[in-house]
Each structure stands twice: as structure tokens, then as C-alpha cells.
Design a protein around this ligand. Structure first.
Ligand SMILES: NC(=O)c1ccc[n+]([C@@H]2O[C@H](COP(=O)([O-])OP(=O)(O)OC[C@H]3O[C@@H](n4cnc5c(N)ncnc54)[C@H](O)[C@@H]3O)[C@@H](O)[C@H]2O)c1
Length: 443
């Protein structure tokens, strides 16, 4: 499953050849290392007229030890506060800021644009200009090279506070978001102040349950949540008992062998869970299966098996555990870009993954008064045993057809889950974060 094309394209000869042939030129992404600085060099900050958030942005950068230097010859990031742009003509300010600087953006650089949700603006022209930021940022993300990424953060009026934006700005700037690009996230106003955050171990003292933790994305999530300080309850089927024990031992966590689709699962879990811990702060619904076939050829058992694990078990588990979730709790579901875009041979899978998005959107406002957030990650092509079963050519297409020209690693999804699970991410709820290198599918 090694990505030989990526290895070849990363050599000097390979890079030259792929460029000449007009083929994708992926570079190995820079991923988070313990103790690494937030960004690798100075950043440039700009703002349009009537910008609301530049002060908060500078406060966050300052707290993160980031140097702001407008004259940096090789900026590690370009950040632009466009919250005040009120007409199409004023969009010129985007061009004025980015055009002269883009060629100098450092490898693995970051672009972050701040905007206002169009529906929170006062006039149609202002809404149009703010909506334009989305097309701008998504396109810019597709133009960037060398592992660089771009994001748009929409700040509701009142969200222009360091506490509301810090966790998300940090994620967008850092190597934790290596395989996330072209995303728009909405940051709420009035998000409850999180506790004082230790950014090296934001989950210290918290308990997290990860389903499907024996391997793949679930195992990586258990590791990253443990790295961030959480006690991790690792759940997987009894058939995966040995792998599950190994993962749980690695992260100093608790193995819970349980088939989520069994009728007794919620009750059994409550018993075992309370024996193991007592309270829960983070619930990560990661377990999932595929049974791919076109609908005309799909037996009803395959249809039901996928909906049972991917959606019905998630609903039952959420219902059972919600009363036990602590104030400020976090629920993260694992959707898929197939759920957003649809995919041939995956009517069952895409239905289940789209259903999760419906669940997230409906549940989020219901639990927000308890400080609980509910979000989904939507991975693209990630190298795991699940995608090893995908036919070779489809796998190659899945890997290559995205702005970063490569597949993701389980840790990329795990980092996104950890960001959404962090106490500091209280301003983000009811949303879907794609972890797909800006895949063309459903873009
Ligand atoms: N790998 C990708 O490219 C990709 C893309 C989009 C979404 N996803 C989603 O990410 C999640 C993890 O995928 P992965 O690639 O790591 O898959 P994987 O097959 O490697 O791991 C899934 C885990 O879920 C467990 N599981 C399945 N049914 C279960 C049940 N009834 N009870 C308890 N555990 C159960 C499995 O035993 C397995 O350990 C899934 O929800 C998947 O749909 C993956």
C-alpha cells in the first residue's frame, strides 16, 4: 500500500518529469511532531476595511509565539481578515493582499481568510461579497503547491474574540491539519468560554470513548487523544480482541470488546464503561464498514449491515450515553466524502454517512445549552484496511484526485477529531470537517 507515485514525484527527477507531463506533483506532507512550533516562520497579517477580528487574531498569534512580519521574504502563513468586506468592489482588497505575496509563501504554508457568514450580513451586496470569499478560498486552495493549504473561517457577529477563534486558527495554521484544505468553518458567537487550555495536552483529565479502535483511523485516534492527555476507552468487536488489547495497552487505555450492533451493546457498555471510568467527555463514533455493490446487485443483508453499524448503532449509542456526557462534552461522528457527494457502488454506505450529517446538524442545537458540541469529520481516501479492499485503479484515482495529490494517513483524521474534541473548540458545532486533501469528489 506504499504510495510509490508520491515517493517518485518527491525525487528531483520525478518532480521535473511529473511537472513536464502535467501530472500531479505531490510532496510528502509535514505532520505534527511533539514540541514543534505552531508555524515554522514569520507570518503576514492583513485586513480589509472595517475588519472585526484582526485584534483577536493578533492576540492568538502572540499567545502562540508566532512572529508577525509584514516584510518577511518567505512567510509561513498569510492571514487576511475580510470580515468587513461589504461589496464586490471591495473584494479587490483580497487581490491586493494575496497577489504580491503568494509566490513567496513557504512550502507547507498556510492561508487563512476570516469572513462573516453571509446570512449574518445586513444587505444582499454584503452577503454576495462574503459568499464570494468561499469561492475565492476554495479556488486558492487548489492553486497552492508544496503541501500548502487554505481555509475560510466565518465568524458570527460576536465571535471576534480570541477564545472563540484560537483553537481553530491554531489547527488551521499547524501541521495537524496537513491533509485538510479548502474548508469553510463557521465559528459561533456566545460560545461558552472553555477552561484555561494547555495547548500541549488539551484533553488532560478527560475521558474519551473511541469505537472501532482496534485498527486504522480508530487506533490512530486513540493514540492522538492519548497524546493530548485523555484516558481512552477503546471499543471494537470481540473478534478484534487481540488487536484491541494491543492498542489499549499502547495508549494506557481500557479495551472494551463489544459488537455495537448487538441489542445489549448500550447496556453492556454502560456497565463496563462505569466500571472503567465514571464519566465521559468525548464520544468518537468511528466504527464503520463497507459492503460495496451497485444497488441492483446488493442483497438486503449488505444494505442492512452497513446501516446497522454506520448509522443505527451511532444513534443508539448516542442516546444511551448522552445523559452521561459531562458538561462541555464533545461528540464526533465519522462521515465520509461519499456521504457528501455520493459514490458508485455505495448507496448503503453513502446513505449511512449522509445520515450521520443529518444527526449532527439536528443534535447540535439541542445539546448546546450543556456546552456539548456535535460535529462530523468526513475523510476522503485514507490508507487503511478498509481502502485496501478498493480496486487498484479506483484506489489510484481516490489518492490522486485532490489538491494535495495524495491519500491521507489515519493520523490526519485523528488530528481533526482531536481538534473537534478539544475543550477550546467550543465555537464549532453542527458542522462537517472534510479531511480529504480537498478531494474533487463532492467539492
Ligand atoms: N479509510 C478511508 O478512506 C475512509 C474514508 C471515509 C470514511 N472512513 C470512515 O472512517 C471510519 C474508520 O475507517 P477505517 O478505514 O479505519 O476502517 P477499518 O476497517 O480499518 O476499521 C474499522 C473498525 O471498526 C470496527 N467495527 C466494525 N463494525 C463494528 C461493530 N459492529 N462494533 C464495533 N466495532 C466495529 C472494525 O472491527 C474495525 O476495527 C469508518 O467509519 C469509515 O467508514 C474511512
Amino acid at each position: 500500500m506504499a504510495d510509490r507515485y508520491l515517493s517518485f514525484a518527491s525525487t528531483r527527477v520525478g518532480a521535473r518529469l511529473t511537472r513536464r507531463l502535467g501530472l500531479p506533483s505531490p510532496v510528502p506532507l509535514r505532520r505534527h511532531r511533539r514540541g514543534a512550533p505552531l508555524v515554522t516562520g514569520p507570518v503576514v497579517v492583513g485586513s480589509a476595511e472595517r475588519a472585526r477580528a484582526e485584534g483577536a487574531l493578533r492576540e492568538v498569534l502572540d499567545a502562540g509565539g508566532v512572529t508577525v512580519d509584514a516584510r518577511s521574504p518567505r512567510p509561513a502563513a498569510l492571514l487576511f481578515d475580510a470580515t468587513g468586506i461589504a461589496s464586490a468592489a471591495e473584494l479587490d482588497q483580497l487581490h491586493a493582499f494575496f497577489h504580491p505575496r503568494l509566490r513567496r509563501l513557504a512550502p507547507h504554508g498556510r492561508v487563512v481568510v476570516l469572513g462573516t457568514p453571509p446570512e449574518d450580513t445586513a444587505r444582499p451586496a454584503q452577503a454576495a461579497a462574503q459568499r464570494a470569499l468561499e469561492g475565492f478560498t476554495r479556488s486558492l486552495a487548489k492553486e497552492l503547491r508544496g503541501g500548502a493549504t487554505a481555509h475560510l473561517l466565518l465568524l458570527e457577529p460576536g465571535a471576534e474574540r480570541a477564545e472563540s477563534i484560537e483553537s481553530t486558527v491554531r489547527f488551521a495554521l499547524s501541521a495537524r491539519s496537513a491533509y485538510v484544505s479548502g474548508q469553510t468553518l463557521r465559528l459561533m458567537a456566545g460560545a461558552p468560554d472553555g477552561p484555561e487550555v494547555d495547548w500541549a495536552r488539551p484533553l488532560a483529565g478527560r475521558t474519551a470513548l473511541v469505537t472501532g479502535a482496534a485498527r486504522g483511523i480508530g487506533a490512530a485516534t486513540a493514540e492522538v487523544l492519548h497524546r493530548d492527555g485523555a484516558l481512552v476507552l477503546c471499543l471494537d468487536t470481540p473478534g478484534q480482541r487481540d488487536e484491541l488489547r494491543r492498542v489499549a495497552a499502547r495508549v494506557g487505555g481500557v479495551p472494551i470488546p463489544l459488537d455495537l450492533t448487538s441489542d445489549e451493546a448500550p447496556d453492556q457498555l454502560l456497565t463496563q464503561f462505569f466500571e472503567a471510568s465514571g464519566s465521559l467527555d468525548v464520544l468518537v463514533h468511528n466504527a464503520g464498514i463497507t459492503r460495496d455493490r451497485t444497488l441492483a446487485r446488493m442483497p438486503v443483508d449488505d444494505w442492512r449491515a452497513v446501516l446497522d453499524v454506520n448509522l443505527i448503532a451511532v444513534e443508539r449509542l448516542t442516546e444511551a450515553l448522552l445523559p452521561r456526557l459531562n458538561h462541555g462534552g464533545r461528540i464526533v461522528c465519522t462521515s465520509s466524502i461519499s456521504g457528501l457527494a455520493g459514490n458508485m457502488g455505495q448507496t448503503n454506505y453513502a446513505a449511512s454517512k449522509a445520515g450521520l450529517i443529518g444527526l449532527v446538524e439536528e443534535l447540535a442545537p439541542i445539546v448546546i445549552d450543556r456546552g456539548i458540541t456535535v460535529n462530523a469529520v468526513a475523510p476522503g481516501f485514507v490508507k487503511t484496511r478498509m481502502t485496501a479492499a478498493v480496486p487498484f485503479l479506483v484506489r489510484q484515482a481516490g489518492r490522486r484526485l485532490n489538491s494535495l495529490g495524495q491519500g491521507g494517513q489515519p493520523v490526519d483524521v485523528a488530528e481533526a477529531v482531536a481538534y473537534l474534541a478539544a475543550p477550546g473548540t467550543s465555537a464549532v458545532s453542527g458542522q462537517v470537517l472534510r479531511v480529504c486533501g480537498q478531494a474533487l469528489l463532492g467539492a
